[in-house]
Design a protein. Sequence first.
Length: 193
Amino acid sequence: MSTALAICGSPRRNGNTETLLRRCLDRLAGQGIGGELVTLSGKTIRGCTACAACGESKDASCPGISDDDFPPIFEAMQRADIIIVGSPVYFGSATPELMALLDRAGYVSRANGGLFSRKLGGPLAVARRAGHNFTYAQLMFWYMINDMVVPGSSYWNVALAREPGEVSNDTEALATIDRFADNLAWLSGKLVG
């Protein structure tokens, strides 16, 4: 059976990004795919230092930085069949915490034979007003360079909201996330199951 991991890049707990990721996980659970949510809120994820130690290491880790919360999240990413990441928009891009995680995870994965290759997943982005398309594309680049499989949906996985809970009013975004989750489950049955 497939497992899903949703990673919330928002420093705000119980915000709109987390709400959409939980909705996606709930939809997957309804189709027999278990999952967990990891939020980066309150965690420390340092950026890649370009030390290249991940390429020299034989244990698929980031030995160049050992004093942050990267290792358990990276281990969860390796275990998951489906990886979904979400970010609020910060000045037209994903949060620095999420990008630090993805940059390091991508380097370790690629240095160790493509650990994320052919895993399923996709991004979602939440904006107050604009910038979600840039953020969505930024996150999509990460999936593509890691040789992952990303299904489409009825629209891009983006939403408009600011105050916590406001995303529940974006009915088109909710329908888009539901279809995205349905497509992940369908693909999982074809490719993983």
